[in-house]
Design a protein around this ligand. Structure first.
Ligand code: XMP
Length: 509
């Protein structure tokens, strides 16, 4: 399989670059700038992309790379900091620009450049730089400029080294996608073999070979990643796979049954569901502190899960739905490369597997979803919105009881049903109900009521680091409120959370 290396110099868009490359059906791998040149040479990349970064190349503490990388005979594309780095490495000159450029800027391209094939002579690009190339290196020709940046693109066609000061990977760059396409197909001569059909076939045969006749255990949460991993493994080894599904009683209405029904009917595998709602309620009795609740739910979840595993005979492999962003080594920071393995589960010392299998560790989330759809997993699971590990436990403020879970499940179900009916769900990144455990006075018929208040939370966001409260049309909110107060027992008031993140978080606890 052909591969493009995205060499990470600490830029915020490194994952986006890799995803854009993959959108053009070429596999992209992100490695930090500390990767040895021998590794790069031995990996036979079709091309290398230097990412942006927040630093100045002439600051010697900034991330640099050995000049020899430009002589490997592998095509290179430098982006932003990566562009300046190429100039600096090849003995050009980089200085603080008399005028920084930020945002959408008009760019004029040299139409003869292979990088700008099919790109208009003038177009809008996304810029974010305070340094600029004041003199391109010998052998390089300027291939694009803006009003304030005389060298906004340069190239050494003979050595197949290209550089752009702007960010082609962001959608604000009008022809950004075309420029990346040109680098991949006009410069690197890729053929485009990264397609999901190939991925499924190759992964299934790799899994069969690796697993042989041994058993595999996977912890299934009902989330997208573990569901797709389960489907791939089921396709590869069928009943050698056991999925362990811990239902702690804090899922949305009927969700446990939905997961079980789907997996047992769609795939030939062993499905082990552990219903332990009452155990969790017992452990959570009287606990009101959010952090303590989270801790108890997390600890108990793994206690139940590993105790079940300990009962299994002859453990084979342990599978996880870890995806690519969980495995990328960031190029940020200097000597120490930080590994971010957020979603990897720690295996207790007394549990011995033959090894760990992560069939999705090369995929981004959108690719995981594509694979899921191709494997026949229902849309409701593949496009499921994020659901916190502690489940409804962080959406019931204060002590958790069976009655409160029931009220919240019912209210949340009405919200979901209404959003699905009017098609508004696809405009939202996440939406749910919260039970603040506040009682207020109301009136129903001729009677005074004193019952629960339910809050609706709905947000739009790209990455969940920041989020906007969603501007759901009033008529939809009115319908939801009306239905919740009519259909859900013990709710007499509905409020809408109009707090963005920051200062609020998406979840209430
Ligand atoms: P916050 O509340 O931090 O949520 O703004 C951001 C996103 O993360 C989800 N979330 C969690 N997901 N385990 C998870 O797997 C958790 O403990 C957890 N807490 C929050 C939240 O639903 C939102 O999508």
């Amino acid at each position: 399989m052909e591969k493009i290396l995205v060499l990470d110099f600490g830029g915020q868009y490194n994952q986006l670059i890799a995803r854009r490359v993959r959108d053009h059906h070429v596999y992209a791998q992100i490695l930090p700038y500390t990767t040895p040149i021998e590794t790069i040479r031995d990996n036979h990349y079709k091309g290398i992309i230097f990412t942006g970064g927040p630093n100045s190349v002439y600051d010697m503490s900034s991330p640099h790379y050995a000049k020899e990388i430009l002589d490997l005979g592998i095509p290179v594309l430098g982006i932003c900091y990566g562009c300046q780095l190429i100039a600096w490495m090849a003995d050009g000159e980089v200085k603080t620009a008399p005028k920084s450029e930020y945002g959408k800027i008009e760019f004029t391209a040299d139409k003869n450049s292979p990088l700008f094939k099919g790109v208009d002579k003038t177009s809008i690009v996304w810029m974010s730089h305070t340094d600029y190339i004041s003199r391109p290196p010998q052998g390089f020709k300027i291939s694009g400029h803006t009003d304030d940046c005389p060298c906004a693109a340069m190239e050494n066609r003979e050595k197949k080294i290209y550089a752009v000061q702007f960010h082609p990977e962001v959608t604000h760059s009008q022809f950004g996608s075309q420029i990346l396409y040109n680098f991949l197909y006009e410069v690197c001569c890729c053929s485009g073999d990264w397609v999901m059909d190939n991925f499924i076939d190759q992964t299934v045969s790799k899994l069969r070979e690796q697993i042989g006749d041994k058993k595999v255990i996977l912890g299934l949460s009902g989330g997208v990643d573990s569901s797709v991993a389960a489907a791939l493994l089921a396709k590869a080894v069928g009943r050698q796979l056991t999925c362990v599904f811990v239902d702690q009683g804090l899922m949305r209405k009927d969700e446990g049954d939905f997961v079980e029904k789907n997996f047992t009917s769609l795939f030939d595998m062993n499905f082990l569901r552990i219903n332990c709602g009452s155990l969790f309620l017992e452990k959570l009795r009287g606990v009101v502190d959010p952090e303590q609740k989270r801790k108890i739910i997390g600890t108990e979840f793994f206690n139940v899960f590993w105790n079940e595993i300990r009962k299994q005979e002859k453990l084979g492999y342990f599978a996880q739905g870890t995806i690519y962003p969980d495995c990328i080594e960031s190029g940020k920071g200097d000597a120490d490369v930080i590994k971010t393995h957020h979603n990897r589960v720690k295996i207790p010392d007394d549990v011995e597997f033959l090894g760990v299998i992560e069939p999705l560790c090369d995929l981004f989330k959108d690719e995981v979803r594509k694979v899921g759809e191709m494997l026949g997993i229902p849309k409701e699971l593949v496009w499921r919105q994020p659901f916190p590990g502690p489940g409804l436990g962080v959406r019931i403020i204060g002590e958790i009881t069976a009655d409160k879970i029931k009220v919240l499940q019912e209210a949340d179900w009405v919200l979901r049903d209404e959003m699905a009916k009017n098609g508004y769900a696809e405009h939202l990144s996440q939406f749910f109900c919260v039970l603040p455990c506040v009682k207020t006075v109301g009136v129903m018929g001729d009677h005074r009521t004193y019952d629960h208040l339910v809050a609706i939370r709905a947000v739009t966001t790209d990455d969940f680091m920041t989020a906007d409260w969603a501007k759901i049309p009033y008529d939809i909110l009115a319908k939801v409120s009306n239905r919740i107060t009519n259909e859900v027992e013990h709710v007499n008031r509905v409020v809408y959370d109009i707090t963005s993140k920051p200062p609020g978080t998406v979840e209430w606890e």
